[in-house]
Design a protein around this ligand. Structure first.
Ligand code: MG
Length: 455
């Protein structure tokens, strides 16, 4: 095998080039071997290669003796939730999330609805690499059944979320996995729903499966033209959400996350909120204002899920629109996030632009420095000490992901790129002037370290 099979979000690559039926069946057999689960649930998003990979994967699961239940095309968070609700030993999602249509992948969840972490993934990888599979005796080959279990998810959302107002919303599933469930749930909660791109289509003809400002201009236009309250868009597998405010403006990912985090902290009277090292410090401003505390993790939803469980956090989210609501389950959930944001707007008696305006906006500056793959990690490791002495009045120092220093008026993050020969510097400051000053000072320190290591 060439490079590592699993990345931070499971197996991911181009269908029939990197991710083939052959590989899917091996991963299936490895998951059955490793988890020893009696029953495993499987679902997929709308991608063209989904059925092909799903059936190959299930073939491997059955060969390993696991009873398998197909849940059909559902969002990733619904698969994660159902893994726990149906007491399955593991859940497997065939998805490449927000990647373009030619991609696909395999993401595995444990019985707690948390994605497999690096350790679990390494074990699967080892089994695949050494082909140390446990093929079951022919008498014990698993059985496959197929069942639509989404009603369990619908019952839970209906029971736990109540909306008073008849919201006028525009939904954009982008032809992905939320195409059916998102309009249905919002309608059941009394929303007046206009849906676009709400048919399953694995070519993603309407827009890129990643919801961001550039891909959502049609949605913005519709919200503005029709005078709706909000626009809501999901990524290909429905674990991310993006919002358009009542004026048609794209809701900044960091500020809407911070505003919701502030609201939920206020509502709960404090508590822990989890976010990643890249999120804006407006998250701290909003959470601390209401007596809460922020815990920061590595980038990647599995790290947030684990930290939320460990710290009994009230909420967690990454500024790509992946929000986790632990009162339901531990997987980021786009549909739940849009329902709960509407609830927040009701409680705050605010329009979306007004809720977001509660969170301060800080400028960010980014720079890359060329550095070879062999040395980039040691540069980052060594640079921490020098940064600490340069910014001696720093508030917090963290090496949870790269090197991060939080200061009185901003923060610096220095990380080695996962894929390129680069070191990435991110700085946020209370003003642009401050951010640039912190950046210049940090750039000097990192460049000096690169020079020293080269010598
Ligand atoms: Mg996703």
């Amino acid at each position: 095998m060439n490079a590592k099979l699993f990345g931070s979000s499971g197996v991911r690559g181009i269908a029939n080039i990197d991710v083939t039926p052959n590989l899917a069946s091996k991963v299936g057999l490895a998951v059955a071997t490793f988890s020893k689960a009696k029953e495993i649930v499987v679902a997929r998003d709308t991608r063209v290669s989904g059925l092909m990979l799903q059936d190959a994967l299930v073939s491997g699961l059955l060969a390993g003796g696991a009873k398998t239940k197909y849940l059909g095309i559902v969002p990733t968070p619904v698969l994660a939730f159902l893994t726990r609700e149906l007491k399955a030993g593991a859940g497997v999602m065939i998805t490449a999330s927000h990647n373009p249509p030619q991609y696909n992948g395999i993401k595995v969840f444990n019985k707690d609805s948390i994605a497999y972490d690096e350790q679990d993934q390494d074990k699967i990888e080892e089994i695949v690499e050494h082909e140390s599979f446990s093929l079951t005796d022919w008498r014990n080959v698993g059985e496959a059944t197929s069942e639509d279990e989404t009603r369990l998810y619908l019952e839970t959302t209906n029971k736990n979320v109540r909306l008073e107002k008849k919201w006028n919303i525009v939904l954009d599933p982008g032809c992905g996995a939320t195409y059916e469930l998102a309009p249905l749930i919002h309608k059941q909660l009394g929303c007046n729903v206009t849906a676009i791109n709400a048919q399953p289509d694995g070519y993603f003809p309407a827009r890129n499966p990643e919801p961001k400002a550039e891909t959502l201009t049609p949605l913005s236009g519709i919200v503005r033209e029709l005078g709706k309250d909000i626009g809501i868009a999901y990524d290909g597998d429905g674990d991310r959400v993006a919002f358009i405010d009542e004026k048609g403006g794209f809701a900044d990912f960091d500020r809407v996350l911070a505003a919701y985090a502030g609201y939920i902290t206020k509502k709960k009277g404090g508590g822990i909120v989890v976010t990643n090292v890249e999120a804006s410090m407006c998250v701290e401003k909003m959470v601390e204002k209401h007596g809460g505390k922020v815990v920061r993790t590595k980038v990647g939803d599995v790290y947030l899920s684990q930290a939320i469980k460990k710290h009994k956090a009230i909420f967690g989210g990454e500024p790509c629109g992946a929000w986790i609501h632990p009162q339901f389950h531990y997987c980021p959930d786009g549909i739940l996030s849009s329902l709960l944001l509407l609830k927040a707007l009701e409680d705050e008696k605010a329009k979306l632009s007004e809720l977001i305006a509660q969170a301060p906006q800080y400028p960010t500056v980014r720079e890359n420095i060329n550095c070879g793959n062999r040395t980039k990690y040691s540069v980052v490791e060594k640079v921490g000490k020098n940064l600490k002495s340069a910014f001696s009045n720093y508030k917090e120092f963290s090496i949870v992901d790269g090197v991060r220093l939080s200061l009185e008026n901003g923060w610096i993050l220095v990380r080695a790129s996962g894929t390129e020969e680069l070191i990435r510097l991110t700085v946020e400051g209370e003003s642009l002037k401050t951010a640039k000053r912190i950046m210049n000072q940090s750039l000097g320190i990192v460049k000096e370290q690169v020079r020293r290591i080269k010598k």
